[in-house]
Design a protein around this ligand. Structure first.
Ligand code: NDP
Length: 425
């Protein structure tokens, strides 16, 4: 059981004070505390091993969303994002949802799918039957190609075929345990492809993992009590109905659906990135899942339940996330992120990530249907412009105040206001 942590005034503190609080709460080892305090980056020699033609490292803000209640456990969720307001919105939504009972999540399954695309098949029906008869042999070949995953309790589990145009596609489903499994599957698929060519009397065009991870689905749900939407009961009901309508709009209009899903991915990518996972893989899986019925749609659904008088949210996503493999063990900041979360297994991490997608979505829809998104963004936009204009920490409050009142609110205005402030002092 992960308990709620008292983070009084966490958002008002300086980064060094937040690091000290994390250490007090036993979320950071002393080595990791020193690492964060020194503002250490990924060591250059490690970066140079990770990709090619390395000339440096690019740093991004590393934040924490406190006390996210998922199935009764409280998680301290690490977020890496360059976008202002994402962390604040996730924290705000998580707090309201905690007070309304927290997130409930469910892992539907956790296997990765890969494919061998066969072509030049003389007789598709005969080839399909031959492959079906050889299923056990093919699964054995796949498992012999990657024996360590079988020892860990995973391995190739099933195989099936589908005809698409001139292709006979063979799909392999693999339990990849704690890994995402791209290299694992590719090894297995390449191992079975020459046997498949023989059995099916066909040629293999390619053998590769699919990022459409329909066997790694996770569902997160939550309820929001009306009093957290507005103190005025009637206003709260109107807002709940507007959020339901906004969810409907994202089902029928692709322009809205794309932005609706971008908001969900604001929360998803922020954890996927910080936990050292392949965010392109997750992005492509989620977008493909958004058009599973032929039309690109919003990934979440919200309904106002008139019986319970609560707003109900639901989000199902493919979430083939890993806690081992790839570059996860190489980046010290990634280890800190896993430590903050309490080092969850892949199945648990996948559920935390989908819950954060739903939190982010709720915050965006509430802002959009209430005061509009710009009201909340004005202050953050003013801060970005003030910083871009060259304002120092102490100059920010006054410059931001003047900037919000000015028209047009742009960099030129920020620079000229900063100059006047400096001339007056
Ligand atoms: P790896 O190739 O790193 O394989 C997983 C590693 O984790 C293995 O070395 C495995 O050890 C180790 N491991 C340790 N403990 C466990 C455990 N409990 N369960 C599972 N593995 C464990 O990673 P993946 O195969 O997951 O591939 C992911 C990488 O592939 C990412 O970097 C991704 O960016 C990249 N990639 C993605 C593609 C895509 O998405 N289409 C395509 C190609 C690459 P052992 O071998 O001893 O079992």
């Amino acid at each position: 059981m992960k308990s709620k942590i008292n983070w009084t005034a966490f958002s008002k503190k300086e980064p060094e004070e937040r690091i000290a609080m994390l250490s007090e709460k036993m979320l950071l080892s002393s080595a990791n505390q020193d690492y964060l305090k020194k503002q250490a980056l990924l060591p250059l020699d490690v970066a140079n091993q990770m990709t090619e033609n390395v000339i440096g490292r690019l740093a991004l803000p590393f934040s924490l969303v406190p006390n996210v209640n998922i199935n009764g456990d409280y998680y301290q969720v690490p977020f890496v994002t360059e976008e202002p307001s994402v962390v604040a919105a996730a924290s705000y939504a998580s707090k309201i949802i905690d007070k309304s009972g927290g997130f409930k999540t469910k892992l539907q399954n956790r296997q990765m799918i890969g494919q061998v695309a066969l072509y030049h098949c003389d007789d598709l029906v005969k080839s399909k039957m031959a492959i079906k008869e050889a299923e056990k042999l093919l699964l054995d070949i796949a498992n012999q190609a990657y024996p360590s995953i079988v020892k860990r309790g995973g391995g190739a589990k099933s195989l099936w075929t589908e005809e698409k145009d001139e292709f006979l596609i063979v799909y392999l489903s693999v339990d990849t345990q704690e890994a995402m499994g791209a290299n694992m599957l590719n090894t297995m698929l390449e191992a079975i492809s020459s046997e498949l060519e023989k059995i099916a009397h066909a040629d293999s065009l390619m053998a590769i993992l699919s990022n459409y991870a329909t066997e790694s689905l996770v569902t997160a749900t939550c309820e929001v009590r009306l009093n957290y939407l507005s103190r005025n009961k009637e206003e709260a009901k109107i807002l709940a109905k507007k959020i339901e309508l906004a969810s409907k709009l994202a089902q029928v209009d692709i322009y809205r659906a794309t932005t609706h899903n971008k908001g969900i991915l604001n929360g998803i990518d922020a954890i996927v990135l910080t936990t050292g996972n392949d965010w392109r893989a997750i992005e492509s899986a989620c977008h493909a899942f958004a058009c599973k019925d032929g039309q690109y749609r919003g990934l979440s659904q919200w309904q106002f339940n008139t019986k319970t008088q609560k707003l109900e949210g639901q989000l199902t996503l493919p979430m083939p996330i890993a806690t081992k493999g790839g570059s996860i063990g190489l980046n010290p900041s990634v280890q800190i992120a896993h430590d903050c979360l309490g080092n969850p297994k892949a199945k648990e991490l996948a559920q935390i990530i989908v819950a954060m997608g739903l939190a982010q979505n709720f915050a965006a829809l509430k802002a959009l249907t209430n005061q509009g998104i710009q009201a909340g963004h004005m202050k953050l936009q003013a801060k970005s412009l003030a910083l871009l204009a060259g304002a120092q920490h102490a100059e920010l409050p006054l410059l931001m105040k003047q900037l919000i009142k000015s028209k047009p609110m742009n960099l030129e205005t920020a620079k000229s206001l900063l100059e006047s402030i400096r001339n007056e002092n």
